[in-house]
Design a protein around this ligand. Structure first.
Ligand code: NAD
Length: 727
């Protein structure tokens, strides 16, 4: 065996170190899955082995789960051959079943994170000890990539901790820290760092039993199964909750529910086979394949610098100045310090700079109070941030990021003052969300070093950073900006300059289509409900409130000034203008399309006068009502996808991975689609163009597709087929 190293001690306990060669982290590769039955055979046939401790040979963790690249290609290699796919799926599930029925006690000594298939591996052991390390997480997050746990997770976790808790945990892809896992009943013991193997051995020596609870004759599911009054309630409620959360967009959610419901009514072995059946069925859906590609494979590639220009030596930013310690600057300073970067945080007054640092203090202290970080570590991180008003402190910075007010003149002054302190080779990044970078770079004496580094709010939670190339930005500056983004552990996409760049430009079309629907007389409640049902995180009106109506108003005003006669007003602009002029700025002042002074928020009654509902109730059950809802969904998704296609045609984006991931991570574009590029590809470019043309005829030129799409349609091409840059 290559992946498991066995050492048998004097007591006959075999310590099995799981250690996949040439990888920094263990994953369940095809080779590992083939070796588990060999491992079980060795355990069963070697009489010297009395019991087994399974642990990780890696310092990085126990196991991060299935190797999705391996798995997707392996299980789908005989595309269409269901039996072959099922057999490949059963290989892992069956191997785990062999392990738990091997006849000798097996304990997992969990000395690092165990996620997905990694946790499922330990659930197939008879006993679990975990080390009390704040870095360790235990969980089954498969739902995030359009799958559900298919290595026995749906069967063992439900039998271990009950259907309700297990389903919630899996549906929300939540993970446990060691002590929480113990309280939940997922692990048996929490021990100090470095003690898990000894504790696992002690359990075996004290007579640890080689039988899983579910293989005991009198086993009952905690909380009851579907045949039990309490258990039945869980399924009734559970169905409703999962439906509410997913709107039926994710086959994985429904199939997971089915695997649990059917699987727990039969003995575990049959339950595991039911799980594999639903798992393979899920894996074959377009949604799962789209999500695996975008949210796992493409993300991994971009996180490793796939779009970094070749041949430029890697840089390591050690000192970075942030100018403007407001909402964005404070967040940027925090993520930098967390990544070990010395941070100068500048604002106009010492008080404002201190306030910016306080944001990091609060976030770090929260981690300490939850036991996720030591005070020493926290102090070290905070000592990296120096709040000041003194531009001299910029000296020695590898990068300056400005996050001052969204105003050209102020940004120009800040650029000049900062550049005066910057050494050759250092770069300057603007976090502007609306001002074209090429224009801002005019204030720079070294425009080749000037670049857009667009963060999203809240900075500590949002994983995407959009890097914007101005006309004169050099590849060296791009490489340095990418090195910085990767160092702070965010996912970068690189785009060319355009009004609103890529993300804000396309996202705004979702808000604008919502306004068009409102102006046409659809009820605001219907618009937001339908918006959410497309898979967008929120409806277009509530999202508009979140972004701020006055911002929308200001951007429209600025764009009108910049474009002059070429400006085309968008639908509902008048409604927004009236609201803003009447003091309704959105969620930030508690007054927008909704009133926020009560919970849950309610539609502002005055909206009925500004935008009367004339379309009647579309939530009826007539075929017309369903058709109307479908049409609204189509409009909301197509309007965004058309803008994405235009960005492509104009050269704003040129890599399908960035287009897809930027949309999902940047503005929450319906994740089940895998992103707007995959959305177009999966519909088929020709069909997409046909529908868009119909929408142009019905609603106007905003649905007009670029010529590129017509050409692709004529040749039967797809974006991923024609432009793929994946390795
Ligand atoms: P903010 O008003 O919260 O903070 C701006 C800060 O800049 C203030 O603390 C202000 O005192 C400081 N400042 C102003 N002029 C300065 C100067 N000459 N020198 C030093 N400091 C100065 O604004 P914000 O929301 O943090 O936005 C900052 C920038 O980030 C803007 O360009 C905005 O477009 C962009 N942005 C904002 C968001 C968002 O969601 N808020 C998202 C992405 C990008």
């Amino acid at each position: 065996m290559e992946n498991f190293k066995i050492e048998i001690d004097a007591d006959g306990i075999a310590v099995v170190a799981f250690d996949v060669p040439n990888r920094s982290m263990n994953t369940l590769t095809g080779a590992v899955i083939k070796e588990i039955p060999l491992l079980v055979e060795k355990i069963q046939s070697d009489d010297a082995i009395k019991g087994v401790v399974l642990t990780s040979g890696k310092a990085t963790g126990f196991c991060a789960g299935a190797d999705l690249a391996d798995m997707a290609s392996g299980m789908l290699s005989g595309a269409g051959d269901l039996q072959a796919a099922y057999d490949a799926g059963w290989a892992l599930n069956g191997a785990f079943r062999q392990l738990e029925t091997c006849g000798k006690p097996v304990a997992a000594a969990i000395n690092g994170l165990a996620l997905g298939g990694g946790l499922e591996f330990t659930l197939a052991c008879h006993y679990r000890v975990v080390e009390n390390n704040p870095k360790i997480q235990l969980g089954l997050p498969e739902i995030k990539v359009g799958l559900f746990p298919g290595g026995g997770g749906t069967q063992r976790l439900t039998r271990l901790i009950g259907v309700q808790t297990a389903l919630m945990q899996m549906a929300e892809a939540k993970s446990w820290r060691p002590n929480d896992a113990k309280s939940a009943g997922v692990v048996h013991e929490v021990v100090e760092i470095g003690q898990s193997v000894e504790a696992a051995k002690a359990w075996i020596k004290n007579g640890g039993k080689a039988v899983q609870p579910w293989d005991e004759p009198k086993f009952k599911i905690p909380g009851g199964g579907p045949y039990h009054p309490m258990g039945a309630q869980v399924f009734i409620m559970g169905n409703a909750i999962l439906r509410k959360q997913s709107y039926g967009n994710y086959p994985a959610v429904l199939n997971m529910m089915k695997a649990v419901y059917e699987g727990i009514q039969v003995p575990i072995e049959a339950g595991l086979r039911i799980e594999t059946r639903y798992f393979i069925k899920t894996l074959m859906t377009p949604q799962a394949q789209a999500m695996i590609r975008s949210l796992f494979l493409s993300k991994q590639e971009l996180d490793k610098g796939a779009v970094r220009p070749a041949g430029i030596p890697k840089s390591d930013p050690k000192k970075v100045t942030v100018i403007g310690a407001g909402m964005m600057g404070a967040g940027i300073a925090y993520v930098q310090a967390m990544a070990g970067i010395e941070t100068i945080l500048i604002d106009q007054t010492q008080e404002a700079a201190d306030k910016g640092k306080q944001y990091a203090v609060d976030l770090v202290q929260k981690r300490v109070s939850r036991g996720h970080m030591t005070q020493d570590k926290a102090d070290g991180i905070l000592s990296l941030i120096t709040p000041t008003t003194d531009y001299d402190q910029i000296k020695g910075s590898d990068l300056v990021i400005e996050a001052v007010f969204e105003n050209r003149e102020i940004k120009a002054t800040v650029t000049k003052n900062a550049e005066a302190q910057l050494a050759k080779g250092a770069i300057f990044g603007s976090n502007t969300s609306t001002l074209p970078i090429t224009g801002l770079a005019e204030a720079s004496v070294r425009p080749e070093d000037f670049i857009g580094i667009h963060f999203f709010s809240p900075v500590d939670k949002m994983m995407l950073v959009e890097i914007i190339m101005a006309e004169k930005t050099s590849d060296e500056a791009l490489a340095k900006a990418l090195d910085y983004v990767l160092k702070i552990k965010k996912t970068p996409i690189v785009v060319n300059d355009s009004r609103g760049f890529y993300t804000s430009r396309c996202f705004s079309t979702y808000l604008m289509e919502g306004m068009a629907l409102l102006e046409e007389g659809f009820s605001p409640v219907a618009i937001d409900n339908i918006g959410r049902s497309t898979g967008m995180p929120r409806g277009p009106l509530e999202m508009h409130d979140d972004v701020a109506l006055d911002l929308s108003y200001k951007i429209a005003k600025q764009t009108r000034e910049d474009l002059g006669d070429a400006y085309v007003p968008s639908a509902g602009e008048g409604i927004v203008a009236t609201m803003v002029e009447g003091g309704r700025y959105g969620r930030k002042n508690g007054k927008g399309f909704y009133d926020y002074d009560q919970k849950p928020k309610v539609i502002w009654p005055g909206l009925a006068e500004l935008a009367p509902t004339t379309k009647g109730d579309i939530f009826g059950e007539s075929p017309e009502a369903f058709a109307a809802m479908d049409e609204m969904k189509t409009r909301l998704l197509y309007r965004q996808a058309v803008e994405v296609a235009r960005c492509w045609a104009e050269g704003v984006i040129d890599d399908p991975r960035e287009g897809d991931l930027g949309a999902i991570l940047g503005w929450g574009f319906a994740p089940w689609t895998g992103g707007p590029i995959t959305f177009i590809d999966q519909i088929g470019v020709a069909k997409f163009v046909e529908t868009a043309d119909r929408l142009v005829a019905a609603y106007g030129p905003r649905f007009e597709v670029p010529q590129l799409l017509r050409d692709m349609a004529a040749k039967g091409e797809t974006f991923y087929g024609k432009f793929s840059k994946a390795a």
